[in-house]
Design a protein around this ligand. Structure first.
Ligand code: ZN
Length: 139
């Protein structure tokens, strides 16, 4: 394998498809799921039972904070960053939360998203969370 062609995005677990999907690994022996993906289970110390799995992009905010010291890339507006627990696997992922500071709350339903503007030429993939707008339940 030509190591210079390995993309960092893949190292972090993003598929190459145009609809980017979040990839992790799952150990069928102990049941643990790893993101970023691991080649060897850190619980069983084996690679035999490790397989790639696709993660759900949906989850809920576990914790958040508002960052007020900005870099030029993000402008002068406060930035919300959070840890969110992915819904199905319980994996906790850190990222920017695309909402106004006053809208952020623990337990907020979110979706992890990435688009082409967030893939750098060197292969780094950036992602963020955005709130999931839930349809009102009318009966
Ligand atoms: Zn294991």
């Amino acid at each position: 394998m030509d190591e210079n062609k390995a993309t960092r995005g893949n190292d972090l677990g993003w598929s190459e498809s145009s609809a980017r999907k979040l990839q992790a690994t799952h150990c069928s022996h102990c049941g643990r799921t790893f993101f970023p993906a691991k080649e060897v289970c850190s619980s069983c110390y084996t690679a035999k039972s490790i397989a790639s799995v696709e993660l759900s992009p949906f989850g809920r905010v576990y914790a958040f904070t508002i960052q007020r010291m900005m870099t030029p890339k993000w402008g002068s507006q406060p930035l919300v960053v959070c840890y969110a627990d992915l819904q199905l696997e319980g994996i906790r992922v850190f990222g920017r939360l695309e909402c106004a500071p006053e809208e952020a709350q623990i337990g907020l339903p979110v979706e992890l998203v990435v688009d082409d503007r967030e893939v750098a030429p060197d292969g780094f993939v950036y992602y963020h969370f955005r709130p999931v707008v839930q349809a009102s339940k009318e009966s």
